[in-house]
Design a protein around this ligand. Structure first.
Ligand SMILES: Nc1nc2c(ncn2[C@@H]2O[C@H](COP(=O)(O)OP(=O)(O)OP(=O)(O)O)[C@@H](O)[C@H]2O)c(=O)[nH]1
Ligand SMILES: [Mg+2]
Length: 462
């Protein structure tokens, strides 16, 4: 039973038209009454879901703090299923902070990040998938990422997971029947076969969900993409055309870019965090050296690499060194400056020989040629050609994916055990294991530790 009342500023800090202080818990109303004077109706709190105009004042000295609108959402019809009050004040740092301080002084506790949503989960308004999707909605960078998150909030994925849980419970029932009433000569052969068949079916359903999990993750989290290559090949020019903005400095002096430049772009619905880097070469320049070091580090952290070559310059030893660093990554080769050098037969032949599993695209960053083709190819490589289904039901969260993989291991152990004729008690343990793994996804069975970890990712006031 949650018995304390929490409060936090629910809007971003900065200047805005409105700022909101949110309060949730059994004392939300009592606390608000102490600091709020409605300008007309003294019994304002008798009406649910109505905005009431008035003033927040400090009961200590009767000084007015701000002019506000107060919204009351009575339990259980609120975000947390508790009494929730939202004080809409003027959107500046001071009114918000002063109102929050007053509320805390009157007996509320400062909410931890994600604590409102955590309460919504603990009070049964949302399952864990839905709660996690809320943070995904807040952080979505593209419409597709948003659609995926909303699909999960509306319960599509939850339904599939619940269904799997249900099937596992049915198998448990079958097993228990055999443990409770053991035949003199062991487990009923028919039941064993039946169990094995059902386990196999569940395994296939989970595998199907996992098939698209990598793509789901890409839409949800985006892809860290680095643009690398020798100095002056046109990396910054490429970044600029991709983000359609003159973000990075472009000059004909090799070694122009020193710091990493990061931008988030939307290519075909995939959020791409593109990082322009310092061109890699041996250099005595102290600043450039640090830049090159940063480039190397960014390669290690990258999910995807765009390696740029210069059609005019050809391929050199430096390129070979770079290729050594990236050969185990996923990526694409880009031959730039084809406007200067249009006979690329020789260099293309050479390029086809290196990183042969990476496609090669010819572009001119300067003339904006070949960019669309490049974007299409990147999306294809990153999403494996898979789009988000219409209903948005797709596994996108790594936590969910890991739990499903765990469940599969248990299910595979069961099938092996049945083939080997292992006792039914042992099989029951693995069914339980699979059920627990799946249940942790929606949160039906989950430890407090995991719950705390999940909600710590949220922002304050959510
Ligand atoms: N003709 C032509 N010139 C280009 C093209 N792309 C880039 N350039 C020129 O090449 C020079 C280097 O471009 P940058 O984009 O600064 O190259 P970079 O790879 O970022 O260079 P560093 O930051 O020094 O590593 C500039 O003068 C660009 O205008 C292209 O497609 N065609
Ligand atoms: Mg540059």
């Amino acid at each position: 039973m949650i018995d304390d009342t929490i409060a936090a500023i629910a809007t971003p800090i900065g200047e805005g038209g409105i700022g909101i202080v949110r309060i949730s818990g059994p004392r939300a109303l009592e606390i608000t009454k102490k600091v709020f004077r409605a300008s007309k109706n003294k019994n304002w709190y008798r009406q649910n879901f109505k905005l009431v105009y008035g003033y927040i004042y400090d009961p200590g000295n009767s000084v007015i703090v701000d002019e506000v609108l107060v919204g009351l959402m009575r339990a259980p019809h609120s975000y947390t299923k508790e009494d929730v009050i939202e004080i809409n004040c003027h959107g500046g740092a001071l009114p918000l902070r002063n109102i929050l301080e007053l509320i805390l002084k009157m007996g509320s506790r400062l909410a931890e990040p994600g604590e409102f949503t955590k309460r919504a989960f603990l009070n049964g308004r949302l399952d864990l998938i839905q709660a996690e999707s809320i943070i995904d909605i807040i952080r979505a960078n593209t419409d597709d990422a948003m659609r995926l998150a909303v699909g999960q909030l509306s319960g599509g994925l939850s339904q599939k997971i619940n269904n799997i849980q249900q099937q596992l419970l049915e198998i448990t029932a079958l097993i228990e029947a055999n443990i409770d009433f053991p035949e003199e000569d062991g487990v009923d052969e028919y039941d064993l076969k039946n169990i094995k068949q059902r386990v196999e079916q569940i395994e296939n359903q989970i595998k199907k969900l996992l098939e698209s999990a990598e793509t789901g993750k890409v839409y949800r989290e985006g892809v860290r993409t680095v643009i690398i290559g020798k100095p002056n090949v046109g990396k910054s020019s490429l970044l600029n055309v991709l983000i359609k903005e003159n973000r990075a400095i472009v000059t004909d002096i090799p070694g122009t870019t020193r710091d990493l430049i990061e931008e988030i772009i939307n290519i075909g619905g995939v959020p791409l965090k593109v990082i322009d880097t310092a061109g890699i070469r041996e250099t005595e320049d102290v600043i450039e050296k640090i830049g090159v070091q940063k480039t190397v580090e960014s390669i290690n952290a990258a999910d995807f690499v765009i390696m740029v070559f210069d059609a005019q310059d050809g391929i050199s030893n430096t390129d070979n060194k770079i290729i050594e660093m990236i050969k185990n990554k996923r990526g694409i080769k880009v031959l730039n400056k084809i406007d200067i050098q249009d006979d690329n037969v020789a260099i293309n032949k050479h390029l086809n020989g290196i990183l042969p599993h990476w496609p090669l695209i010819e572009i001119s960053a300067l003339m904006k040629k070949g960019i669309e083709k490049l974007e299409k190819e990147i999306v294809l490589l990153i999403t494996d050609g898979k789009a988000i289904p219409r209903d948005g039901v797709m596994v996108s969260n790594v936590r969910h994916k890991n739990q499903l993989v765990k469940a599969i291991h248990h299910l595979q152990d069961i099938q092996k055990a049945i083939s080997r004729g292992v006792s039914i008690d042992l099989i029951a343990i693995d069914i339980r294991g699979a059920w627990e793994a799946v249940s942790e996804i929606t949160g039906t069975a989950i430890t407090e530790n995991i719950i705390d970890k999940i909600f710590a990712e949220f922002c304050i006031g959510k």
